[in-house]
Design a protein around this ligand. Structure first.
Ligand SMILES: [Fe+2]
Length: 337
């Protein structure tokens, strides 16, 4: 088997470095609360890296460390999830997809688990399964795993084995619960039975695996991949909605949309006034009317610091959000300077 995951875990990038190039804008978003502490993110990345290496060698010996990090992830997600905030931007890293993807899926699945009022033990089992859902990929040839072009039927059949490998690897560890193993085993099953590896349908698919699979799809869509750019959250949600009745049941899609935010904290939006602002606070009772920090005025000019203001759209009814925008609005500003 080729060498896999031998690189060091990636260095954490703080999300404002990637979203906003403009120094002034960066300064303005510094006080936005983030979902996970940097310590926990770094620890989680190290542990995922370590456990994948160990799994490759045949035995996950650092189970205690995994438990510790899962407990921390769950604890922070519980204590920091004010209202329905789902803000994954702060745990993104672009260079090592697998590591950050595992943590994103884990956080997102845990948040959905909290919304489903799961007990602490169930949450930790779900989080562990979600964190290591793709561990079985270590058994698949890198040439197949990293192939950018179309996969041959044989290659696709190989890829489809990874949930089985994940289940087998996690089953070697007595103290990893069956719930966690099943989450990893079933995260590619689909509502209409066209998923894999067991082609389960509808209610045959374990509920916590469905939560993990929708988190998996959402995070993959909103992350840059070698073959496509990341989608903005609302576009990823649109795609997930369009897959109702084939990939996901209408109930889970509804639940997902309720748990998710269409305008996540830290995202940029254009208002009806042509102003552009940053979402700095989500208003639980009116998720389409968050509090916005205005950064660009209606003429397209960057506002000076002295004029920057925060607007609660639940109070200012003359303004409303037209559409989310990407960070390129700042890139254009930089070009004009
Ligand atoms: Fe997978």
């Amino acid at each position: 088997m080729p060498g896999y995951f031998i690189a060091e875990p990636p260095k954490i990038e703080v999300f404002d470095d990637k979203i906003l190039k403009n120094a002034q804008a960066k300064k303005l978003i510094q006080d936005i609360p983030t979902k996970l502490s940097n310590d926990t993110k770094e620890l989680a990345l190290k542990v995922v890296h370590l456990s994948l290496q160990e799994a490759r060698a045949g035995k996950i010996v650092s189970r205690e460390k995994i438990r510790e990090v899962v407990a921390k992830l769950v604890e922070e997600t519980i204590t920091r999830h004010d209202s329905s905030l789902l803000n994954l931007m702060d745990i993104r890293t672009h260079d090592k997809y697998t590591f950050s993807h595992s943590i994103n899926v884990c956080t997102l699945a845990t948040l959905m688990g909290i919304k489903q009022k799961l007990k602490r033990k169930e949450l930790e089992d779900l989080a562990l399964g979600a964190l290591l859902h793709d561990v079985g990929k270590i058994m698949i040839d890198l040439e197949i795993l990293d192939k950018v072009g179309k996969l041959s039927p044989h290659e696709f059949a190989e890829i489809q084995k990874h949930p089985i490998y994940s289940y087998n690897i996690l089953s070697r560890e007595e103290d990893i619960s069956e719930i966690s193993r099943i989450v990893a085993y079933s995260h590619h099953e689909r509502y209409d039975g066209k998923g894999y590896p067991r082609r389960l349908t509808g209610s045959e698919i374990p509920q916590l695996a469905i939560v993990t699979s929708i988190a998996d799809v959402y995070d993959a869509l909103t992350t840059d991949r070698p073959y496509r750019k990341s989608l903005l959250p609302h576009n990823a949600m649109r795609i997930i909605i369009s897959h109702t009745y084939c990939d996901f049941s209408v109930d889970i899609v509804r639940f997902f949309l309720r748990a998710m935010l269409i305008y996540p904290l830290g995202s940029l939006v254009r208002l009806n006034t042509k102003e552009i602002g940053l979402v700095i606070k989500v208003n639980e009772r009116a998720i389409i009317r968050p509090t916005i920090r205005l950064l660009i005025d209606s003429q397209g000019e960057m506002l000076p610091l002295s004029k920057v203001e925060d607007i609660d759209l639940t109070k200012d009814m003359s303004r409303f959000i037209i559409e989310p925008v990407g960070e390129e609005v700042f890139a254009r500003k930089e070009e004009h300077r």
